[in-house]
Design a protein around this ligand. Sequence first.
Ligand SMILES: NC(=O)c1ccc[n+]([C@@H]2O[C@H](COP(=O)([O-])OP(=O)(O)OC[C@H]3O[C@@H](n4cnc5c(N)ncnc54)[C@H](O)[C@@H]3O)[C@@H](O)[C@H]2O)c1
Length: 257
Amino acid sequence: MMDLHLKGQTVAVIGAARGIGRAIAEGFVAEGCQVHGFDFNVQAGPAEGMRGLHQGDVASLEQVRAFADTLAEVDHVIFCVGVGSGKFGFPFWNLEPSDWSRVLEVNLIGAVNVAHTFAPKLISRGKGSMLFLVSVAGQIGSQTDPPYSASKAGLINFTQCAAKDLGPYNVRVNALSPGMVKTELNQSIWAAGQARLPEAQRQSFDDWAAEKIRKVSHLGRWQMPEEYAAMACFLASDHAKNITGQTINIDGGQVMR
Ligand SMILES: NC(=O)c1ccc[n+]([C@@H]2O[C@H](COP(=O)([O-])OP(=O)(O)OC[C@H]3O[C@@H](n4cnc5c(N)ncnc54)[C@H](O)[C@@H]3O)[C@@H](O)[C@H]2O)c1
C-alpha cells in the first residue's frame, strides 16, 4: 500500500455532509487527518472520525470566514459543493437569466470565497493544497444545465489562475472532474428532465441513468464517491508535489484530451 504520509494533517472539506464531499472527508479520516467539515445542511451530522461539521453557506464570505476562524491551521482545503438550477437546460431559453445567479453564486463565487479565505493561511505556512470539484459539464459545453456548466468552466479556469498565483508559495491547486457519480445530485438532474416529458416518455431513475452511462462512459459504469476520496488524498500528498493547475478527470473516459 502507498503511504501518503498525511497523518496528523488538517483538512477542511467544504460540502462535507453528503455525497462526494462526505466520502472525501471519510477518506482523509482514514489517512489519520483531522477533518473539519462545512455544509449548508448539517442534519446528517459529521461522518465518523471527523472533528465537526460547521453550518454555513459558501455564497456568504462572512460564513466561510467564521468557519476558517475556528481552525488554528489548515493543510488542505477541498471544495465539494455544487448545485444545479433545478431546471432542464436545453434549449438554454428554457431557463430565465435570473436562474443563473444562485448557481454561479454557490458554485463559482462560493469557491472564490473559500480560496480568498484560506489562501493566506496556506501561504503563511508555505505549503498545502486546494482542490475544487468541477465537472465534465464544464469541459464539454453540456446543455443539461447551462449555468451549472458555465460555473464549472469558470472554476476550472480559476483553478489555473490560483495555481499560478500560489505556486511560488509551494501551495498547489487542482480540480477534480467527475462524470456520473451515484449521489443525490444526479437524482435532481433526472427529476428536472423528467418533469418536462409527457408521461409516456418518462423513465425510472435507474433506466435513465443506465442509458446515460451507456452513452457517455467508455467503461460503461457509474463512478463511486470513494474514487474521488482516493484521488483527493493522493493529490494532497507529497507524491503529487509537482501536480498543480490540473483538471483530473475521473469519468470513465467521458472527457479525453
Ligand atoms: N454526482 C455527480 O455525478 C457529479 C458529476 C459531476 C460533478 N459533480 C460535482 O461534484 C461535487 C459533489 O457532488 P455530489 O454529487 O456529492 O453533490 P451532493 O449534492 O450530493 O453534495 C453537495 C453538498 O454540498 C452542500 N451544499 C450545497 N449548497 C451549499 C452551499 N450553498 N453552502 C454549503 N454547502 C452547500 C450540500 O448540502 C451537500 O452536502 C459538486 O461540485 C458537483 O457539482 C458531481
